[in-house]
Design a protein around this ligand. Structure first.
Ligand code: MIG
Length: 656
């Protein structure tokens, strides 16, 4: 198994500048240097070939033929083929990831059009809102409409989707690689409040012998939700607690929120204020918004000096032994702004003084009901972006990217040889060089398990290889069977975390009846880590994809155009998870003969060679079907309680 644990040198390279021949860039207006791109390309003139531009509508049009499929756009709703819906890149804190939504937490404006014979990619480098109407208004037309004109449009040529992905990633730089232990299983929950709560989680997993590498700390570890503080009553002697957990093999991973609490005497607030590092309103005063800490200011991550300052703050936690973080609320989410709230109060008074008819009632409801994440609020503050004063909404989608960049650059300054786990909720193309993403607040419903599967290849195309969803579902109450099926899929996602919202049903694996089955599933993940890690690093190094749609490898197979619920994972295997309630099996399409390995645990499985074509396969609730491609092999390690205890050389190989 040569190359199974490739050397880690040169993986921290944040992208080297090189000239790429098959990409042509076109500029509209005065584009910002967003930081998405790290390589030089050719420059084109006029309108990109094949497109029609309507300057009045500020819209590019492209005619679609019947066979065109569209892949990409990263973290968006709906299926793998994006055709038939309208997507708006506008990072939004919206936990209802339903089919009728147009914006989620991320903006990854890279997509590929492919009619089976020829294909090309486009990347719209514009950090404001961009609307992609992909055969929604007119089935035969794709249109791209940025709210603000200033755009660099990259046209990427290539002979196959994978070739285009590779070029795009040379353009935008190498993907982030987390520490190896971050490929383990992590338990999270919004609601762990004290060191003892966390000790209990660690002990319960240990008692059952279920592997666990991480416990996440949500906002309650902080003192009054202040970034870079730890509540001393709930976590007395934090440093020793971090050590104690590490001795148990557990990494604690705290959350950091974007908003900085306004509180006299709080150093982060005082320093940020005196140095002018917070986002300002037009009149030059600091914007006052409210999120969990109450009233906050938003650090201006787009300002290099402020970014450096904020990044260095993570040190107080790394000094205490912390080696991983998740960045939240960085769209940024806004519960309300002081200014908007005043407006609402005065509007409410007007309603009170008027006779209200039923339409007036709905107007009233709109005024009161649209306080959070109000679009107007994103026009109330400004950034100092590379010396240019820029209103927030024009560069909105960069905010989470630059927050994560701020941390990652600080880690690099602290110790360039050390890997720190870092992932973010909001993101934009280019952030994949600095960290991973989780897909935000999903719900405990079966359709979100399928959505998780369908998002993964698009995230991979965009370079977000280290990604995953809240397994079991964040909002709402999960069920044992949903959790089991979701874990059976999640064991293949690089970021593998069980997380849920405050007030929802407990969903740590030891809360359920079928503890032994859960243990087997998690152990299978650990047995697969040599393969998962190796394939992940390969994808990083060749600017490839760790999770792919079948179509990307079997482009000549018509059937693969429509496979929306199976994925290729790495070079050797295909997966076909069960994602529906009360199912004891499913249909699977095999584009070639494959060897089905039906795992009940890492060392209890049977194999069966299946021919190319359609099959109905039985998949018990405790089973994981894996399909090995011809000529390929799947290595299995021996699971251990933590990733660092796996002997990466003690491997059993299943071949086909
Ligand atoms: O407004 O920190 O997506 O994972 O548990 C909710 C509490 C704030 C949103 C994150 C979620 C986290 C929660 N946060």
């Amino acid at each position: 198994m040569q190359g199974l644990t490739p050397a880690l040198e040169n993986l921290t390279v944040k992208g080297k500048s090189m000239k790429i021949d098959n990409i042509v860039k076109y500029e509209f207006g005065e584009p910002y240097d967003t930081g998405a791109v790290v390589s030089e390309t050719k420059r084109g003139t006029g309108i990109p070939e094949g497109f029609r531009y309507d300057a009045d509508a500020q819209t590019l049009y492209y005619g679609l033929n019947e066979k065109d499929m569209i892949f990409g756009l990263g973290e968006t709703v709906r299926g793998i083929n994006k055709r038939g819906w309208i997507y708006v890149s506008n990072n939004s804190d919206d936990p209802a990831h339903d089919d009728n939504k147009t914006s989620l937490y991320a903006s990854q404006n890279f997509l590929i059009l492919d009619d089976g014979k020829s294909c090309f990619g486009i990347f719209i480098d514009n950090p404001g809102s961009v609307t992609f109407d992909i055969g929604y208004s007119d089935t035969n037309v794709m249109s791209i409409h940025p709210e603000y004109n200033d755009t660099t449009f990259y046209l990427i040529n290539g002979n196959s989707p994978l070739e285009i992905v590779r070029s795009f990633r040379v353009l935008t730089g190498k993907s982030y690689v987390p520490p190896v232990w971050a490929f383990g299983y992590g338990q999270s929950r919004w609601g762990y409040k004290t060191a003892d709560d966390i000790r209990e989680v660690a002990a319960s997993y240990k008692e059952l012998g279920i592997p666990l590498d991480m416990i996440y700390m949500d906002i309650d570890y902080m003192q009054d939700f202040k970034d870079f503080t730890v509540n001393p009553d709930r976590f007395p002697d934090f440093e020793n607690f971090v050590k104690e957990m590490k001795e148990e093999g557990i990494h604690l991973v705290p959350i950091i929120d974007a908003g900085v609490k306004i509180e006299d005497g709080y150093d982060v607030y005082e320093e940020g204020k005196s140095k002018g590092y917070f986002c300002k309103k037009e009149d030059g005063t600091d914007l006052v918004a409210a999120v969990w800490p109450g009233k906050v200011h938003f650090p201006d991550f787009l300002n290099e000096e402020a970014r450096k300052w904020f990044g260095d703050k993570y040190r107080c936690l790394t000094d205490a032994g912390i080696e991983g973080f998740w960045n939240d609320m960085n769209e940024p989410a806004i519960f309300y702004t002081e200014d908007h709230l005043k407006e609402v109060f005065s509007q409410v008074k007007e309603f009170e003084n008027k006779e209200m008819d039923i339409w007036g009632f709905f107007d009233f409801k709109d005024v009161v009901g649209s306080i959070a994440n109000n679009p107007e609020d994103y026009r109330r503050f400004w950034h100092d972006f590379n010396g240019r004063k820029v209103r927030h909404d024009r560069v909105h989608n960069l905010y989470g990217f630059y927050m994560t960049r701020s941390a990652s650059e600080a880690f690099e300054r602290m110790d360039p040889d050390k890997k720190i786990l870092m992932f973010s909720r909001a993101s934009y193309t280019g952030m994949h060089r600095y960290g991973g993403v989780w897909t935000g607040d999903n719900t405990s419903r079966w359709s979100h398990l399928l959505l998780n599967l369908q998002m993964m290849p698009a995230l991979n195309m965009n370079g977000f290889l280290f990604s995953g969803a809240d397994i079991g579902g964040f909002g709402g109450n999960t069920t044992e069977d949903l959790m089991m099926r979701w874990i059976a899929f999640g064991i293949f996602t690089p970021l593998f975390r069980n997380h849920s919202a405050l007030g929802t049903r407990d969903q740590e694996l030891y809360r359920f009846e079928r503890k032994e089955d859960f243990k087997n599933l998690i152990e299978l993940r650990y047995a697969l880590i040599p393969y998962i890690y190796s394939e992940f690093v390969k994808a990083v190094n060749d600017n490839g994809m760790y999770m792919k749609p079948l179509y990307f490898e079997y482009r000549n197979d018509e059937r693969c155009r429509e496979v929306e619920d199976q994925l290729l994972v790495g070079d050797s295997i295909m997966i076909a998870p069960v994602y529906e309630q009360n199912k004891t099996g499913r249909y699977v399409y095999l584009p070639e003969d494959m060897k089905l390995v039906r795992f009940r645990s890492y060392n209890d499985y049977d194999t069966e060679v299946l021919e190319k074509g359609d099959h109905y396969i039985k998949v018990g609730l405790n089973e994981v079907p894996v399909f090995i491609r011809p000529g390929k092999e799947l290595p299995l390690g021996k699971p251990a309680r933590q990733v660092d205890k796996i002997d990466m050389n003690d491997l059993e190989i299943i071949r086909f």
